[in-house]
Design a protein around this ligand. Structure first.
Ligand code: TA6
Length: 264
C-alpha cells in the first residue's frame, strides 16, 4: 500500500500483485476507486464531488453509520462518511492486498461526539483480490450502555448507461431503472447481480439484512449541487444495508460484509 492524494484528501492505495487496486480516503474511510486486475474502474465518483473534506464524497462507497437517511436522531446518513478515520492495518496474502481503517468515539470532533454520545469502534476492511473486492464493516460497542444503529455501504457502481443495466436477485426478478428510483428491499437473501452489457458483477452480502437500490433520475440529479446533470445515467447505487436499527449490548460486536466479483 502507499499514501496518495485524492483531490485534497489523503488516501491509501491498496494494490495486489496482479494490478487490482483500490483507493480509500481517510475522510470517511471512503472507497473512491476500485479496479480489478483488468484495470477497468468499477465505481462511479462525480466530477462535481467536493474532495476537500467539506462534505461527503459523491460516489464510491460512503460508509453509512449510525443512521440511515433521516431514520434516527442526528445527521442524515450518519457521521461516519464525514469523519476522519485512521489506517489501522494493511498487508497482503495469496495475491490479495488489504487495508483496515478504524474510527472510534475518541476520534470524533466534539460536536459529533456530543450528538451521539456512545463508546464505539468501527473497522472497515477493504481487500482487493483479482476480480473480487471484499468490504467488511465491524461495529463494536466499547461503551457501558447498549446503543442502536443502522448501517450501509452506499455503493455507487459505474455503468455504461443506466438504460443498459439489469439488476437481478431482487424480489421482482429483474429490475430495470428508467428514472428516479429509491427502494429498500427487506430480507435480501442470496446474491444480487448487476448486468451491464457483457459484464456482470456478482454481489454477495452477509450480516446486512437489506439492500437499497437508488438512482436520482434526471430531476433529482439536477437538484444535487455535487452531481452533474447527466451523471445519473452513469451509475446505480446498490447498497447492502441494515435499515431497522439494531441494538448492540455493551461489549458486543456486529459484522456486515459485501463481496463483489467481476464476471466479464
Ligand atoms: O440510499 C438512498 C438514499 O437514501 C436516497 O434517498 C438518496 O437521497 C441517497 O441516499 C443519497 O443521499 P445523500 O445524503 O448522499 O444525498
Amino acid at each position: 500500500i502507499e499514501m496518495v492524494d485524492y483531490g485534497q484528501l489523503p488516501a491509501v492505495r491498496i494494490r495486489g500483485t496482479d494490478g487490482a487496486q483500490a483507493i480509500v480516503t481517510l475522510y470517511g474511510a471512503h472507497l473512491v476507486s476500485w479496479q480489478g486486475a483488468d484495470g477497468a474502474e468499477r465505481l462511479f465518483c462525480s466530477a462535481a464531488s467536493k474532495l476537500d473534506g467539506s462534505r461527503a464524497i459523491r460516489g464510491g462507497v460512503p460508509v453509512i453509520f449510525p443512521q440511515f437517511a433521516e431514520r434516527g436522531t442526528g445527521m442524515r446518513h450518519g457521521f461516519a462518511r464525514v469523519a476522519t478515520w485512521r489506517l489501522a492495518d494493511s498487508g497482503a496474502h495469496d495475491g490479495a492486498a488489504f487495508a483496515v481503517f478504524m474510527l472510534e468515539d475518541g476520534d470524533l470532533a466534539p460536536a459529533l461526539a456530543q450528538a451521539w454520545p456512545h463508546g464505539f469502534a468501527l473497522a472497515l476492511r477493504v481487500e482487493v483480490n483479482g476480480a473480487a473486492l471484499a468490504l467488511t464493516l465491524e461495529v463494536r460497542n466499547t461503551g457501558a450502555d447498549a446503543f442502536a444503529f443502522s448501517a450501509a455501504l452506499h455503493t455507487y457502481f459505474s455503468v455504461s448507461h443506466l438504460a443498459r443495466v439489469r439488476i437481478g436477485g431482487v424480489q421482482e426478478g429483474e429490475l430495470h431503472i428508467d428514472d428516479n428510483f429509491d427502494h429498500i428491499y427487506r430480507g435480501i437473501d442470496g446474491a444480487m447481480t448487476l448486468a451491464d452489457g457483457a459484464t456482470t458483477l456478482h454481489l454477495a452480502q452477509d450480516g446486512f439484512g437489506d439492500a437499497v437500490v437508488w438512482n436520482p433520475g434526471a430531476l433529482d440529479a439536477a437538484a444535487l449541487n455535487d452531481m452533474e446533470d447527466a451523471e445519473y445515467q452513469r451509475f446505480v447505487c446498490i447498497e447492502p444495508a441494515l435499515i431497522a436499527p439494531l441494538t448492540l449490548a455493551a461489549g458486543a460486536a456486529w459484522r456486515g460484509a459485501h463481496t463483489i466479483r467481476i464476471d466479464a
